[in-house]
Design a protein. Structure first.
Length: 519
């Protein structure tokens, strides 16, 4: 009969062996490879069913789906304004909540009645995992080792969910102190914390130190895209110096943890997709790279839409070749702010991933790509398994589209590319490598009804013949153009020009190119 002691030793031996395999691929100077996936701090708990005594097994099955999808690095997010584990330095999500009362608990009174059931489920599941004696991040890390994934922890550095409701139970006590908010701003990010305050920096430092002491990970990510607004208006330049000094301290803690663990621990950051935007917000990633403070940089859009033209070549020039450069994929696609949204569009995801890998990034990084019942598991696994290889991605139908940048420097006069009204309109849209033989390419644009007959389209100087028209709501037309193979040189230097046949101005709402097997 196997004793408990024997089982523990056996598991420890396996975990050590698999850890060694992971570390071999994660040595101090090696870049990350494969596919990176960020698992947020709430998705599992919103959707899981956790029977008595089975919390660990349920977590294992959740991680298994991600492993089966070909993910090689799993970044387990453990916080927003509270933690999803029993922290000694931060409040946990469920602190103050009585699971016996459920959605009738006064703790949930600040939440709209129609939302309390879901939030009670979130808190109840977190509490139940803890009650069953399971440390959620530790269990995820253990399963990652068993499934040969490299485990990281990701920390959100300034999350502002529910910031319009100061009494929401999502918030920690620290966040309820208005004197710590950024000053001089209005709108969604006005109540983000200001990192010029030592109290704010110490708050996050304490969490980082606890995570490094508590969990044996291959890497720690500081997610500055939740949120990148860290300083009061006009203080971004001075704030940049403060943040870089603070990051040097964090690098020191990581190096100490590496010595204790006996293996390298990498440091990653998630920043806005445009270098000038990151720099303008005080996120001096080029200096962080030059001073060897970071090992991974994820250049990424925020939540509103994925990007198909992240300037990865510019990022590479600024960072050098030592840092792993990742291009981030969001799960939403829309043409312009407020336009209709497409979720989990496999062709768009494939196109964005092709753009990432063909423009110089080392890896694709997924955010909000959850497999929680809304996305059928076979399709989820099929798409993700292709995302670590440009050769595999080229075999999938894909779309490349003009989108927009959600994150701006305060005071920046940014205008989204679409919609736009002019006589001739030029778009730079990298279309990736040439498609396989026998594939077709179609350019699709959306214009008003009155502009449809006068509209012409050119890709890389070659006119594309109109193939089809389709009436859309609000008096718009969808125009589909057949794109000759000669218009696709495969160098990622593609230009699309939409123009009117006369001198009139036309209004364009959507621009995309679809590559697919011929019918």
């Amino acid at each position: 009969m196997t004793t408990v002691y024997q089982r523990v030793v056996f598991v420890a031996v396996i975990a050590t062996a698999l850890s060694s395999l992971s570390v071999a691929a994660n040595n101090k100077d090696a870049k990350l490879t494969g596919l990176l996936h960020n698992e947020d701090c709430t998705d599992f708990f919103y959707n899981a069913i956790i029977p008595e005594g089975n919390a660990g097994d349920v977590i294992d099955r959740y991680v298994d789906v991600i492993a089966d999808a070909g993910v090689t690095v799993l970044l387990c997010n453990v916080n927003a304004r509270r933690t999803n584990y029993r922290s000694n330095v931060w409040e946990a999500f469920w602190d103050g909540y009585d699971p016996e009362k459920g959605e009738s608990d006064p703790f949930l009174t600040p939440i709209a009645p129609e939302l309390r059931k879901a939030y009670a489920r979130l808190l109840g599941n977190m509490h139940e995992v803890h009650r069953q004696g399971v440390d959620y991040p530790a269990r995820v890390i253990e399963r990652c080792r068993q499934r040969r994934m490299s485990p990281w922890i990701s920390l959100r550095m300034n999350d502002v969910h529910y910031n319009d409701n100061l009494k929401h139970p999502f918030h920690s006590d620290l966040w309820r102190k208005p004197e710590l908010f950024r000053q001089g701003h209005v709108g969604y990010y006005a109540r983000a914390l200001d990192f010029k305050h030592a109290q704010v920096r110490d708050h996050y430092r304490a969490l980082i130190v606890e995570v490094l002491e508590r969990y044996d990970v291959d890497g720690l990510e500081l997610d500055f895209m939740r949120e990148p607004y860290l300083f009061s208006k006009g203080e971004e330049v001075d704030g940049s110096k403060i943040l870089t000094t603070w990051l040097r301290d964090i690098r020191g803690f990581i190096d100490q943890a590496s010595k204790r663990r006996g293996h390298p621990i990498k440091l990653g950051v998630r920043v806005p997709s445009e270098p000038r935007t990151a720099l303008g917000l005080g996120l001096d990633a080029p200096t962080w790279s030059k001073d060897r403070l970071v090992d991974l940089l994820v250049a990424t859009p925020r939540w509103e839409t994925m990007h198909f033209d992240i300037p990865l070549a510019e990022w590479r020039r600024l960072l050098g070749n030592r840092v792993t450069l990742a291009g981030g994929l969001e799960v939403r696609y829309c043409h312009y702010p407020g336009s209709p949204v497409e979720y989990r569009n496999a062709e768009c995801a494939a196109g964005a991933a092709v753009a990432v890998l063909s423009q110089g990034a080392d890896v694709v990084y997924l955010f909000n790509h959850f497999q929680n019942g809304d996305w059928p598991e076979p399709g989820y696994k099929r798409l993700l398994n292709a995302m670590s290889s440009l050769d595999k991605l080229k075999k999938l139908p894909r779309r490349h589209a003009v989108t927009f940048r959600q994150v701006h420097v305060p005071g920046e006069a940014y205008r989204a590319p679409l919609p736009v009204t002019r006589q001739a309109i030029s778009f730079h849209l990298p279309l990736g490598p040439l498609p396989p033989d026998g594939w077709k390419a179609n350019a699709v644009i959306e214009v008003t009804n009155k502009d449809a007959k006068a509209t012409r389209l050119f890709i890389n100087g070659i006119e594309c013949p109109l193939q089809d028209t389709k009436a859309l709501p609000k008096g718009h037309q969808q125009l589909t153009y057949s794109t000759p193979n000669s218009a696709l040189p495969g160098r990622n230097e593609d230009t699309i020009i939409v123009t009117a046949s006369g001198q009139m101005a036309i209004t364009v709402f959507r621009v995309e190119v679809r590559l697919h097997p011929g019918s």
